[in-house]
Design a protein around this ligand. Sequence first.
Ligand code: WT7
Length: 674
Amino acid sequence: MVIPGLQDKEVKMFYPPEELQMDAHVPDFNSYLAMYKKSIEEPEEFWKEAVQEFYWKASPTGQMLQYNFDVSKGQVYIKFMEGAKTNMCYNVLDRNVFDHNLGEKVAYYWEGNSPDHHMTITYSQLLKQVCKCANALKQLGVKKGDRVAIYLPMIPELVFTMLACARIGAVHSIVFAGFSSDSLAERIVDAQCSVLVTADGVYRGEKLINLKQISDEALKHCHEKGSLTVQKCLVVKHYAFRTTDACSKLQTPWNVKCDVWWDEVVDTASEHCEPEWMDAEDPLFILYTSGSTGKPKGVLHTIAGYLLYTFLTFKYVFDYHHNDVYWCTADIGWITGHSYITYGPLANGATSVLFEGIPVYPHVGRLWEIIEKYRVSKFYTAPTAIRLLMKYGREPLQKYDLSSLRVLGTVGEPINPEAWFWYYNVVGQGRCPVVDTFWQTETGGHVLTPLPAATPLKPGSATLPFFGVQPSILNEHGEELEGEAEGYLVFRKPWPGIMRGIYGNQERFQNTYFKKFPGFYVTGDGCRRDKDGYYWITGRIDDMLNVSGHLLSTAEVEAALSEHSAVAEAAVVSCPHAVKGECIYCFITLKDSREFNHTLMEELKRKVREKIGPIATPDFIQNAPSLPKTRSGKIMRRVLRQIARNEKDLGDLSTLADPKVVEVLFSQRCQAAA
Ligand code: WT7
């Protein structure tokens, strides 16, 4: 273990405010070090103590955490509390209502897209709604182990449905409601879902989205792929019940054989539902994340480890206390929402804001208005949102009282110093630590992160490992580097919340994360460790793009572009972007007879939006009469990246088959890019 000496004189440190330290769970740096040491040196004890918090119908039969990370020694596996029995939903709801007397406590303040729409949901109301939904799902034929696809906006029914699945032992597969019908179909087919839960429609800002129509298109695609497993489609009347449009602007297509209205089956169902007692290692959910081959990976998380890990990270990283009002602005369609809007906060009995809207609607002060309205004390958002709001200056914030804030969190991508200081000084008024949390869909929860009352901060660094996490930095040859170093960020041991596999594809799981360096989980990120042992994420080292904190693979964007009849070949690279962090720069080689013009560019953008979703819309498309390739025909992405970024010093081009290509591409680059 590296014990940081905090020797670094070059970077200014930011120390925890005393006010926060007074009643913090981890009140100083030495306490962090002591707890961390225990978690590594006596993991069995450490985890045994931590799981006392929860209800176990049966105890584990062996060691708390068992694993193999070394492909050369056989199959990779991770097991936490094997043999134990429990229920996720019981632990996050019934236990809070009945054992902790939190029935009347607010679980969620739901704040709609329009400030006129809001509601409050207590823990006992949440439990009732979840039970009703669970009974309705059973009535629709859902059984333990079945997969349920959820394509919903940020409305209470999204939380009801995921917890209802957890209650009856079904596996939820949530698809972000900004994804296209193709993406939804691909995910439904991969997980062989038997029910799809969606809504009629939703406003995002001023834009009305017909979710039911997209869902129907997705089911049609499933049918065309010869894999229509969905038997029932459960539809929430969100547009119909919760918008104030004078006359309906929405046509909701309806298929009597398959479609069922939520209010007809859920509202009428019984509010009592026995939880299904599950094995600790039974699957809880599947969540798809981009894979470098282009096909998304169904990351699989299981019950006990994920419950414990989201509970612990939420408690310690936000230094959660019972009077807090917590708000994470992510969408539940991403892992951040799964872990830190639903499971982590509920496991702690916390009160959260659940926000349906966007930061700039109906005005650019919306987030600050909501913080004031609910007196939010812990706030968690992404660097891309901070950069977006920075553009409007201090004025929109000054209208609101942000004095309730105590801790600020960030996630999704490295945070640049300018955004960090704005967050710290302007939003947090210099009194709130910024917890820069590094993690992944695969890690289930935070793995590198400061603790707000314990860890001195360095702007831009995710600082140090969470309890039980052992990071390491490897060089290209797989050798572990000590002390100050830069290389591949890997982990040598599992923690309870790490993924258990890729749904239906053990081989891809091993190949993606464990093959490159046997014995380690490989994150795909580059990382530097400074002389204090602090970790600094330097960005992805594979063919992935991080657009507004969301990972996309270059391959999936290329595949979408290549579907256009005019395209002979497409190559996609990332390029720095002031708000999004990275943006999408495409090089397109057209088929002989085709002409590159504005119409074609628009068609290509549309193609990508249709295949993946609006988040993947290309920012720049450049005509590339030919692409820089090696003699063996491999596209040299490094060179394309440098062209996109206008970096003239290209280094070694000796492996290039035709060096002239580069000059041509440089002369035609999209000037507006970096
Ligand atoms: C990738 C994971 C974890 C929820 C959101 C994204 C990047 C994430 C940080 C951070 C630097 C970060 C990494 C990582 N990333 N958080 N604090 N500092 N980079 O989940 O879509 O699975 O993406 O996001 O590159 O590998 P994801």
